[in-house]
Write a protein that binds this ligand. Structure first.
Ligand code: ACO
Length: 329
């Protein structure tokens, strides 16, 4: 079919901390084992930031690489959108720290909070800003240091998360490729399934809140799993339908890397062979807003994403939030 493109993703990259925690390292922290983690999640290891590294440090590294790939100078960036659940500080935004670090003096910078869907919400906003706002160079970063809010005494959650950042530059389309369809959805009825209760205006930090371990991720794993399967499948179906593209025409599906079984279920829902699904959750765990840009970069580096291919990105996260972006490479 003939597509009309407004914007395109013209450069993307990622950064992860050096330190790796393997499943065998997790065995020393909590009552778990490599076999359980692999079979339930597909994860083998995850990268963990050191004490002195904040989310903006990883985001800055990823942003610099993405700008270099796109051939865009930092001073030409119009907007910086930083998607994260682990900002450096509640305010100012992590986007502003990156702006300072890269010298993007002409940009507007802000954060968005959409958990694991943050990067796709950012792409959707960038597409709209280019379509309606006349912006030219938009830098989107999805970055997390989830290790800072992970309870390493809770085996239900601590094996799942890792740190990292991915970045992309979105520009007006050259007319031959670009974003075809974007989708953003939320279901606030499900806020209690996955959250960090402490540290906001509801429960500000106090000795009591720390003693109650409220500054860590809390999750109803099985419930999240069920909703994630439905939400990701629905989003994938709707995106393909709205774009008028069949799953046969799809070159690659890059889902949020939360769990191999959730990704497999999403592929089954759109009748896509598993070979057309990109997965790297075994290397990074769930890096929330960073997972899709990290996967996108590795997919390209491994030759899985070729010029002219249709690629579908799909995510879910705390909120609940769901996102999808369909583009032609
Ligand atoms: N090691 C060993 N056993 C464990 C571990 C562990 N790390 N964690 C839990 N178990 C135990 C449980 O205690 C339970 O034991 P019990 O039966 O004696 O009570 C047993 O394993 C089975 O637990 P289930 O919850 O049934 O395991 P399940 O197959 O559902 O897998 C998992 C758990 C991996 C958490 C799964 O539910 C899942 O992936 N959920 C979605 C999580 C997710 O993607 N969250 C991120 C959302 S994105 C975002 O916004 C950050």
């Amino acid at each position: 079919m003939e597509n009309e493109f407004s914007s395109m993703i013209s450069g993307f990259s990622f950064a992860v901390p050096e330190k790796i925690l393997t499943n065998f390292d997790m065995e020393k922290l909590v009552d778990t084992n490599d076999e359980w983690i692999r079979s339930r999640t597909g994860m083998q290891e995850r990268h963990i930031a050191d004490e002195s590294t904040a989310t903006s440090d990883l985001g800055t590294e990823a942003a610099k690489k993405a700008l270099a790939k796109a051939g865009v100078k930092a001073t030409d960036v119009d907007v910086i959108i930083f998607a994260t659940a682990t900002p450096d500080t509640p305010f100012p935004s992590t986007g502003c720290y990156v702006q300072r670090n890269i010298g993007a003096v002409n940009a507007a910078a802000f954060d968005i909070s959409a958990a694991c869907s943050g990067f796709l919400y950012g792409l959707s906003m960038a597409d709209a800003l280019i379509k309606g706002g006349g912006y030219k160079n938009i830098l989107i970063i999805g970055g997390e240091t989830l290790s800072k809010i992970t309870d390493y005494t809770d085996r239900n959650t601590c094996v799942l998360f890792g740190d990292g950042a991915g970045a992309a530059v979105v520009q007006p389309s050259d007319g031959t490729r670009g974003i075809i369809h974007t989708l953003m959805k939320s279901d606030g009825r499900l806020v209690d399934l996955l959250n960090m209760p402490g540290g906001g205006s509801r429960i500000p930090a106090s000795h009591e809140s720390i003693d109650q371990r409220l500054h860590y991720i809390k999750m109803e794993g099985q419930e999240v799993f069920k909703h994630a399967v439905t939400a990701m499948g629905d989003a994938a179906v709707e995106s393909l339908k709205k774009a008028g593209i069949s799953s046969d025409e799809l070159g690659l599906l890059i889902p949020h890397q939360a769990n191999v079984r959730i990704m497999q279920a999403t592929a089954r829902r759109i009748k896509l062979p598993i070979e057309k699904v990109f997965m790297n959750v075994h290397k990074y765990g769930n890096t929330s807003a960073a997972s899709i840009p990290i996967a996108l970069t590795e997919a390209q580096e491994e030759g899985r994403l070729k010029e002219g291919d249709y690629c579908l990105l799909v995510s879910f996260g705390g909120g609940f939030t769901t996102g999808a972006v369909l583009f032609k490479m």
